[in-house]
Design a protein around this ligand. Structure first.
Ligand code: GGG
Length: 367
């Protein structure tokens, strides 16, 4: 189907960022363009060079003073990756850009799917020795995204002396915890298995984590139809490796969610295909869509990064903006290209020798 574009365009702020972000974002846009043409979606893409270490080196900061005015009126943000530790310390680049977007645009849900796709070799086998089938591992990780362990509250005393002390607080507010839990419970309720797993560490972290558990327990009264369990983060990572197929929706604090959402996709063969959506569900601010992976300095500049995480993130963006059919078409195209007998190009992380652009073109041609 080729449809004529709708009248009012979706305004997308595009920030490619650092490293392989510069290489995978063009492929995300290539596929976005193909889907927009097919489904008659008008797009206005506005490119920005800030939120990158190059920008930092030129301006001494990751973002211009008026960054909220520049991108705050957009419908969504398509982001690549941030970080170039050779020139800017990671905590400076991350806190100066991505974490500002998440906090200032109140993107309190970070939704990160981990699904075993056709044609991707899962590194794990089941306990009975058999291989996982595509779709058999299919979980949604919901990461709290604005507070928790990622707080900027703390400091350093007696710097550079033997008495040096550093402190960084974990922040959990009732509003902050409840709203991400509510999102996760609703999401679990909407899925066939209706199963929610909560990550905790309330034996060791004795104030904030018991509070998290208490709020999960309290909210579960509203969701008697949702099967619920919880595990300490250490054994939960072991369960991810030993029985990843048993998880459906997994909700976790900011740090635990970050760890689980690299591990989940790794259990599905590669984090090169894992997308993420930083959501402000109420749409008071733009939501941000980015691959789970970072800027990957080790392979940046070689043109071999897998663009599927970025392409899938663009699909999540279209879905969030009300274009489910375009999202589904992109997902089908990804699955078609990845399928074992498709003959389509594969990047090195998928066992091939293809380039980022080869794979992006192959997906776009399937739309
Ligand atoms: N595209 C994701 C990205 O650039 N991530 C960089 C990073 O270090 N992220 C840490 C986080 O998401 O908390």
């Amino acid at each position: 189907m080729n449809a004529s574009p709708s009248a009012s365009p979706l305004r997308i702020a595009v920030l490619a960022g650092d490293g392989i972000g510069q290489e995978v974002v063009p492929e995300g846009l290539r596929v976005l363009d193909a889907a927009a043409r097919r489904f008659g979606i008008a797009l206005q893409l506005d490119h920005f060079d800030f939120a990158s270490c190059d920008y930092y080196l030129r301006h001494g900061e990751m973002l211009p003073a008026n960054w909220k005015e520049q991108i705050g009126g957009h419908d969504a943000i398509l982001f690549g990756a941030v970080g170039w530790p050779q020139t800017v310390p990671d905590h400076v680049s991350l806190w100066g850009s991505l974490l500002q977007f998440r906090r200032e645009f109140d993107q309190y849900v970070n939704l990160r799917p981990a699904k075993l796709m056709p044609g991707v070799h899962a590194p794990l086998i089941k306990r009975d020795g058999s291989a996982y089938a595509p779709g058999e591992i299919d979980m949604l990780i919901v990461r709290e995204n604005t507070e928790g362990e990622y707080s900027s509250i703390g400091g350093r005393m007696f710097a550079g002396t033997e008495r040096e002390v550093v402190i960084q607080e974990t922040v959990m507010s009732r509003i902050g915890v409840d709203r991400v839990l509510r999102y996760a419970f609703e999401l679990a309720r909407s899925r066939p298995r209706k199963h929610l797993t909560s990550a905790t560490k309330s034996n060791g972290i004795s104030i904030t984590m018991p509070y998290w558990d208490e709020r999960v327990q309290a909210m579960s009264a509203d969701y008697p139809d949702v099967m619920r369990d919880q595990f300490h983060i250490d054994i939960l990572t072991a369960h991810f490796v030993q029985r990843p197929h048993t998880f459906d929706v997994v909700v976790a604090s900011n740090l635990f969610g970050d760890i689980l959402s690299d591990l989940g996709p790794a259990c599905c063969g590669t984090i090169g295909i894992a997308p993420s959506a930083n959501l402000n569900p109420e749409r008071r601010f733009p939501s941000l869509f980015e691959p789970v992976h970072g800027s990957a300095p080790d392979i940046a500049g070689k043109g071999i990064a897998n663009p599927i995480a970025q392409i899938w993130s663009a699909a999540l963006m279209l879905d969030f903006l009300g274009h489910r059919e375009a999202h589904d078409a992109i997902l089908r195209a990804i699955e078609t290209v990845l399928a074992p007998k498709s003959g389509a190009p594969r990047t090195p992380d998928l066992g091939g020798t293809a380039t980022t652009a080869d794979l992006g073109r192959a997906v776009a041609e399937c739309i």
